[in-house]
Design a protein around this ligand. Structure first.
Ligand code: PSU
Ligand code: MN
Length: 304
């Protein structure tokens, strides 16, 4: 079901930014999840675009969850809500369950209704040892086959960033950094992963121009813009690196596998950093929503 406001925005060719809901159901604890989701929507509005948070409530796909629906999704017992990627969609709908949509599922659903800009915190990637375990997020494959532009702060260093970038190249995804003259891909909690990407976009106008060409070319593949976390919220690299090592160790000891790995690591890192990583996470997603809103607006009404 597409919310009437989103239907109207689509009809009138207004700028819209899609937002995911796994961040609400599995990425952050209560009450910061709801708080962040509402703030993120507000950032999009302030930037002059219309937010469309996507999720699944009792088997019904919602594009443009209302504030109440968003809270309902967040309040459901965690064991009842499925982390829903592309492969999970048929089951969640058929069994009338609820789900938080991942980047992959949100991209797919956004594209089906005609939304082409999407903001989030970070995407999934190739896990460390992923070349052996084949734990490679479906987000990367989706970026290769669905034409939605994802604005995020890159991938967490809990993942293998160089291999993730290689995989995106193979999938034909146009990857660029934002406001990074050195073309550094951001590293979620910190601004610099020390991995270079091929292009940098200096301004909102440059980003919108690139995305207009990307649309005109009708490539059928996605685009990815890496926006670094604002300076004042960036984590201490040493502290975060150690937290990641400890969290990975904990995951190993607890036999955590598959789709449970990312939520487990996020929670462990929040605990180890005594909540500091969560604050950074909240700040960067708000910033990404603002940037995405501005880009979406500029794509519709370019200032020459
Ligand atoms: N990274 C985060 N927070 C998150 C996720 C990633 O910092 O909540 C979520 C996103 O929804 C992403 C998903 O699409 O995890 C990737 O999971 P997997 O690696 O299982 O594909
Ligand atoms: Mn996985």
């Amino acid at each position: 079901m597409v919310h009437p406001d989103i239907q109207a925005a689509l009809k009138h060719n207004q700028p819209i930014v899609a937002l995911e809901s796994t961040i609400i159901t599995h990425g952050m604890p209560m009450p910061q999840n709801v708080e962040t989701a509402l703030q993120v929507e507000e950032e999009v509005r302030q930037a002059g675009a219309i937010p469309a948070t996507i999720g699944i409530l009792d088997g019904c796909i919602r594009v443009g969850l209302t504030g109440e629906e968003l809270k309902e999704l967040a309040r459901k017992p965690r064991e009842e809500v499925i982390k829903c990627s592309r492969r999970d969609l048929p089951y969640v709908v058929a069994s009338r369950k609820s789900g938080g949509t991942t980047v992959a599922a949100t991209m797919l659903l956004a594209h089906q209704v005609g939304i082409d800009v999407f903001a989030t915190g970070g995407i999934g990637g190739v896990h460390r040892e992923g070349h052996i375990t084949m734990d490679v997020s479906a987000d990367l494959v989706e970026l290769g086959r669905t034409p939605v532009a994802v604005i995020c702060s890159g991938i967490k260093s809990i993942l293998d960033i160089p291999r993730t970038l290689e995989y995106l190249e193979t999938q034909g995804v146009c990857v660029a950094s934002f406001e990074s003259p050195q073309r550094m891909f951001p590293d979620f909690f910190t601004r610099d992963s020390q991995c270079q990407v091929p292009y940098n976009l200096n301004t909102i106008q440059e980003a919108a121009k690139l995305l207009r060409s990307w649309k005109e070319l009708n490539l059928k593949s996605g685009a990815l813009i890496g926006v670094p976390i604002p300076h004042k919220f960036a984590a201490n690299k040493k502290e975060i690196d150690q937290a990641i090592i400890d969290a990975n160790q904990k995951a190993l000891e607890n036999g955590i596998k598959g789709k449970d790995v990312t939520p487990f690591l996020l929670k462990a890192i929040t605990e180890i950093t005594k909540g500091r990583s969560l604050e950074s996470n909240m700040a960067l997603i708000r910033n990404n929503a603002r940037v995405a809103g501005q880009i979406a607006k500029e794509m519709k009404t370019p200032k020459q």
